[in-house]
Design a protein around this ligand. Structure first.
Ligand code: XMP
Length: 326
């Protein structure tokens, strides 16, 4: 639309002015915000931008591939991928406390990202142009939530540059600071990003790590990834992507319940579906997903994911519940 073209043009102009002939780095999380911010800055300064994607192994099914293939193909962005699954799983081993998980994931993320940033800086040394800017997908609600200052006190702790060491001081580029989520999506469409990327549900920085209640292990992640992929597929198929803000699927990994399947007794794990409607995630209501869609999701998950024998629905609004379970 006219206004979106304007927003894109204006932001591209501003970013060009801010970055000049310097270089920038952008951490892609697999989410909408960082993808749109990266694509926008790429349009503004082209190869002066390097995107960095840390795969912490806590992503949804197909997500890493989407960044590594689709995003690069569409935007032409320079991308550095770091496979850090092993490192994150080792750091998380034995940890069950939600805040502890967040801290560990945030800390490891900063370390891996820092290392990658150092490499990008080193690689860019030859023509004397230093990497001076860090692109962040901070949205307006993030700015408000963090008190309106120039965003380092972002709730998205994995993007928090406050923790970067002195030799890695970047100036922030935040082209989405004035936008709400729906506007960011429209900007993404305007930039040519595919609907699967632009309309994907918000996803927390700590990823599936905070959707496994209990210790995070590779096996549990694989189980949850399958269940989550089924839920997303069926919600999309039912045309509910734009109606539902997000639908976390939560694995109650330390809970077992008895079931019966085929001719045998099972003793599997439950998952919780947490579909919510929201404008900005500050408040939310549980989504009234049609029963036949819920039935389809439940049948498919219990049939296709061996370890799961029960599917439950969370009908709590926010407040008092948060959207995520951890
Ligand atoms: P809650 O659970 O607080 O979530 O209602 C509100 C929104 O924030 C997302 N979320 C996070 N995002 N790092 C993030 O980047 C986090 O640690 C985190 N925790 C929650 C959540 O998915 C929802 O969209």
């Amino acid at each position: 639309t006219w206004t979106m073209v304007n927003i894109v043009d204006e932001q591209v102009g501003r970013v060009r002015e801010q970055i000049g002939d310097k270089r920038a780095i952008c951490g892609l999380s697999g989410g909408v915000d960082s993808a749109v911010a990266g694509a926008l800055v790429q349009r503004a300064v082209g190869d002066q931008l390097t995107c960095v994607f840390v795969d912490h192994g806590l992503l949804r099914k197909g997500e890493a591939e989407q960044v590594e293939k689709d995003f690069v193909a569409i935007t032409g962005a320079k991308l550095k991928v770091v496979d850090a699954e092993e490192r994150f799983l080792t750091a998380l081993s034995g940890v069950t406390d939600p805040e502890e998980k967040r801290k560990i994931i945030g800390r490891e993320f900063i370390r891996v990202f820092e290392q990658a940033a150092r490499e990008v800086v080193a690689e860019s040394g030859e023509n004397g142009s230093e990497v001076e800017f860090l692109v962040q997908g901070t949205l307006y609600p993030d700015v408000v939530e963090s008190g309106g200052g120039t965003g380092t006190a972002n709730i998205k702790s994995h993007h928090n540059v406050g923790g970067l060491p002195d030799d890695l001081r970047f100036t922030l580029v935040e082209p989405l600071r004035e936008l709400f989520k729906d506007e960011v999506r429209k900007v993404g469409e305007e930039l040519g990003l595919p609907p699967e990327m632009v309309w994907r549900q918000p996803f927390p920085g700590p990823g599936l790590g905070i959707r496994i209640i209990g210790e995070v292990t590779r096996e549990r992640l694989d189980v949850l990834r399958e269940a989550d992929a089924i839920a997303r597929e069926e919600l999309s198929r039912a045309g509910l992507d734009r109606e539902i803000w997000q639908c976390p699927v939560v694995l109650l990994a330390d809970v077992r319940s008895v079931g019966v399947q085929g001719d045998g007794r099972t003793y599997g794990h439950p998952v919780v579906l947490r579909p919510v409607s929201s404008e900005d995630a500050m408040t939310a209501d549980w989504s009234r997903v049609p029963y036949d869609v819920l039935a389809k999701i439940s049948n498919r998950i219990t049939n296709e994911v061996r370890e799961i024998n029960r599917v439950t629905l969370d009908v709590t609004s926010k407040p008092p519940g948060t959207i995520e379970w951890e």
